[in-house]
Design a protein around this ligand. Structure first.
Ligand code: KG4
Ligand code: ZN
Length: 338
């Protein structure tokens, strides 16, 4: 069974082919980062238009790299939400038409389920559910109890900014560029960990929800009180990252102890961050919990995770029931089991 997966929820056009026998056959991603960088963030209408320009070319590239023809495909999976409505519609419209033309089924996939299962794409040691998951991306910060495919309970989430969004905003305040996460990570390496002691929001309150807007405001006020030089930039990045790591570790520890989980999956774009990986690895050792991350290429948005979830769900016979439909907002616990 060969499934084509298309991801167009935001500013990456991702196309991949996953084969039930041989695993991932191809995975191509075109990032629109350069186009959006001059605006300091994603411009939705430009994103949609660029997906239209690239999607056909990337599908051709993916089939060539996989050494198969379109007629060899058994299904087309696409991101149906959450994300930018216009960008989602490009992938959904393209996928539905292609599937109809090839006479194979199409299936809309939840973007965060893609992130959730991304570590399984090239798993060496099986990562079976149930497990606990921390999903950290540009749009979401979720602590999830994953029981089985499609059966997820959101235990906690950000009440305001997502972690990735906070990284991007701090980068913008420091004039580093977009997307901010990787740039903040780079600068933090040379920052002084003792110069700023930023707040760790919500750690002393019970529960598993997060909040990052207070931390962001604190960073903004700190920057306003100092001349912006190279040292300040690095020190702010260090202090901000340390605060984020501490918050994530505290909340994950609490979730582990509450649920008794033995496995914690950490995925989404922000899971590329080495400081966050190190902090959570340490937590895993302390709590005797296996910590699982996706391979680096599957942390930020990609078609492989959509193709993989498509393979899992279509393999169980799931098909789109509706005509063309996308959901810009879509809570993860409104998913059903296939
Ligand atoms: O999952 P993703 O590619 O897209 C969404 O679903 O939102 O995540 C993108 C987010 C951005 O906010 C980006 O700044 C952040 O992930 N990110 C990082 C790193 N790489 C990407 N944040 C911190 N450190 C990184 N190395
Ligand atoms: Zn994502």
């Amino acid at each position: 069974m060969k499934i084509l997966g298309l991801e167009t929820s935001c500013d990456e056009t991702g196309v991949a082919i996953y084969d039930s026998e041989h695993g991932l056959l191809s995975d191509v991603v075109f990032s629109q980062v350069k186009m959006h960088a001059k605006y300091g963030g994603v411009v939705p209408e430009l994103a949609s238009r660029d997906h239209i320009r690239k999607i056909g070319l990337l599908v051709n590239q993916a089939t060539e790299e996989a050494r198969i023809g379109l007629q060899d495909l058994d299904g087309v999976a696409y991101t149906a939400g959450p994300g930018l409505a216009g960008a989602l519609l490009v992938g959904a419209g393209f996928s539905k038409s292609l599937a109809w033309g090839l006479d194979v089924p199409a299936l809309g996939i939840h973007h965060m389920e893609g992130h959730l299962l991304a570590p399984m794409i090239d798993e060496v040691v099986p990562i079976d559910m149930p497990f606990l998951a921390l999903l950290v991306s540009g749009g979401h910060t979720l602590l999830v109890d994953a029981f089985s495919l499609g059966s997820y309970e959101v235990l906690g989430e950000s009440l305001d900014d997502a972690v990735g969004e906070a990284f991007d905003k701090v980068a913008k305040m420091l004039d580093l560029g977009y997307p901010g996460g990787p740039l903040v990570e780079q600068l933090a390496k040379s920052g002084d960990p003792d110069r700023f002691d930023f707040p760790r929001p919500m750690v002393n309150r019970p529960g598993l929800d997060f909040s990052f807007s207070g931390l962001k405001t604190h960073v903004r006020n700190t920057i306003a009180q100092h001349p912006i030089d190279a040292a300040l930039k690095a020190d702010v990045c260090r202090g901000f990252t340390d605060a984020v790591v501490d918050v994530l570790v505290v909340k994950c520890r609490r979730a582990i102890r509450q649920s008794g989980a033995k496995k914690l999956v950490v995925a989404g774009g922000v899971s590329a961050n080495k400081d966050i990986r190190n902090g959570l690895e340490m937590l895993g050792k302390e709590e005797d919990v296996r910590i699982v991350f996706p391979s680096m290429q599957f942390t930020t948005d990609n078609g492989a995770m959509i193709a993989y979830v498509g393979y899992r769900r279509m393999g169980l016979g799931e098909r789109d029931k509706t005509e063309l439909a996308v959901r810009a907002r879509w809570p993860l616990n409104e998913l059903s089991s296939p």
